[in-house]
Design a protein around this ligand. Structure first.
Ligand SMILES: Cc1cc2nc3c(=O)[nH]c(=O)nc-3n(C[C@H](O)[C@H](O)[C@H](O)COP(=O)(O)OP(=O)(O)OC[C@H]3O[C@@H](n4cnc5c(N)ncnc54)[C@H](O)[C@@H]3O)c2cc1C
Length: 415
């Protein structure tokens, strides 16, 4: 077990990970599977901490150049959000044609991939790690995605949906747009990798000499551009070492304590809504006696099921914040909240079709200034978002200016 295999669903655990960030080591080793990556993504995705808090924690020890690799990687998360804001549901379809016509890719994710039984060690290790921890190193995500799309000719969208469900940090913008980047439908060229690359960046159990990826980049490129010659036969019975894929659940396990909405409980009260993406410290501006209500908008979860591990992660933190926790569709939640004096929350693109009908929302917290023109490449966006700042101290100071999105103080829970 490494430090990255456990994700206690607490703010304390997130803050400890922030204190452990070593930007110099990160820049040197982040491509290695056992490199100094932070494991912050489950906490960031669910809003237990936000990017300014991450950077402020790091900056408190050492101000970094804004062009530092660590800041740059935080930028990727906000860039993907930028693309989602401009493109909306278009991010779920190929943004441009990939190497082959869409019809050349299968709509089924083969069983041997799902069962970690492909016989290609790097792929089987990645799937096993995913199922065991809900987390995968970025390089492992890239290898897995590249193999699935380019070697096995599976439609990136089908595989992206599958990965999203199993990740603790599954984020529709970062996940689906990263798959497009690997597939070459969201970038100018596809991402390919070979056994030598794996041997350089992963520990020995991942090494895959003599497998289908043990080729030159020219040979891999030719393979990626070739339609699958004949349909691959699926193994009839699980091969040795095959993993059972954890179920993905559209509703949380019953013991987690979400109940049906109850109008009487909120009538005449000021309400602050906590949802699975704003599980951070509560804002200080909430009037005393504000009732904190946790909600699951089932309209979203019906379309995007989660692993039991993820449900438990969210439930545990939500229970710390909200004594009342409801699950229901947007209509039922809206009806129950009608009698409240005021309902407030934080904006969240995953809940965009529904949340505005339930609550008046604060803007989600952002680290970089918003770029109001659509950027189709990270570098275009990065120039605009990071230009004008030389250090992380400058960037964090600029965030204090009036009008910066999501600018409100939060307080830790007592005890
Ligand atoms: C196929 C594929 C699917 C992915 N799916 C997701 C996803 O569902 N959710 C998700 O948060 N990230 C996703 N990523 C991006 C990246 O792999 C993860 O953010 C990163 O591995 C999380 O681990 P960490 O917190 O240890 O990262 P670190 O390297 O320690 O980075 C710190 C933080 O910076 C941000 N970050 C770093 N690299 C990236 C990146 N390339 N893209 C976006 N943000 C980045 C994340 O918020 C991360 O927590 C995906 C990447 C690929 C290639």
């Amino acid at each position: 077990m490494t430090m990255l295999d456990t994700f206690p669903p607490t703010r304390q655990a997130a803050l400890e990970r922030i204190s452990a960030v070593r930007p110099g080591d990160y820049a040197r080793s982040r491509n290695a599977i056992d490199g100094a990556v932070t494991g912050l993504s489950p906490y960031i995705t669910h809003g237990l901490i936000n990017l300014p808090e991450v950077l402020a924690g790091v900056n408190a020890k050492q101000s970094l150049d804004v062009q530092h690799k660590f800041v740059f990687e935080l930028g990727w998360r906000e860039y993907f959000r930028h693309v989602w804001a401009f493109r909306g549901v278009e991010i779920f379809e190929s943004l441009r044609q990939g190497l082959l016509p869409q019809t050349s890719y299968s709509a089924l994710l083969p069983a041997d991939i799902r069962q970690a039984a492909t016989g290609v060690p790097v792929i089987d290790m990645a799937v096993r790690t995913l199922y065991a921890t809900g987390y995968l190193h970025n390089h492992a995500r890239m290898w897995l995605a590249s193999y699935i799309v380019h070697m096995r000719k599976v439609d990136w969208r089908v595989a992206a949906d599958w990965l999203y469900g199993h990740l603790l940090d599954g984020d529709l913008a970062s996940n689906h747009l990263s798959w497009q980047w690997v597939a070459g439908t969201g970038s100018s060229k596809p991402y390919l990798f070979n056994a030598e690359n794996v041997a350089r960046y992963a520990p020995s159990p991942w090494h895959s000499p003599g497998s289908v990826i043990d080729l030159s980049y020219e040979a891999l490129d030719r393979l990626a551009r070739q339609p699958m010659q004949r349909p691959r036969t699926e193994p009839d019975a699980p091969t040795e070492g095959a993993q059972i894929e954890p179920s993905l659940l559209a509703v949380p396990p019953l013991d987690l304590g979400w109940t049906a909405p109850d109008a009487d409980a909120v009538a005449g009260r000021e309400v602050w809504l906590v949802h699975p993406w704003n599980l951070g410290a509560l804002p200080t501006f909430l009037p005393a006696n504000t009732l904190v209500v946790g909600v699951l908008v089932t309209d979203f979860h019906r379309a995007w099921p989660w692993s039991e591990r993820r449900w438990r992660f969210v439930a545990s933190r939500m229970a710390e914040l909200a004594a009342l926790r409801w699950q229901g569709d947007a209509v039922a939640l809206g009806a129950a909240l009608q009698g409240a004096t005021q309902v407030r929350s934080v904006d969240e693109p995953h809940l965009a079709p529904w949340l505005a009908r339930l609550a008046v929302c604060e803007a989600a917290v952002a680290l970089f200034p918003s770029v109001d023109r659509r950027c189709d490449s990270f570098s275009q966006w990065w120039t605009r978002a990071s230009g004008g700042f030389s250090s992380t101290s400058d960037l964090l100071a600029a965030r204090q200016a009036p009008g910066w999105p999501g600018q409100y103080a939060c307080r830790e829970l007592a005890g």
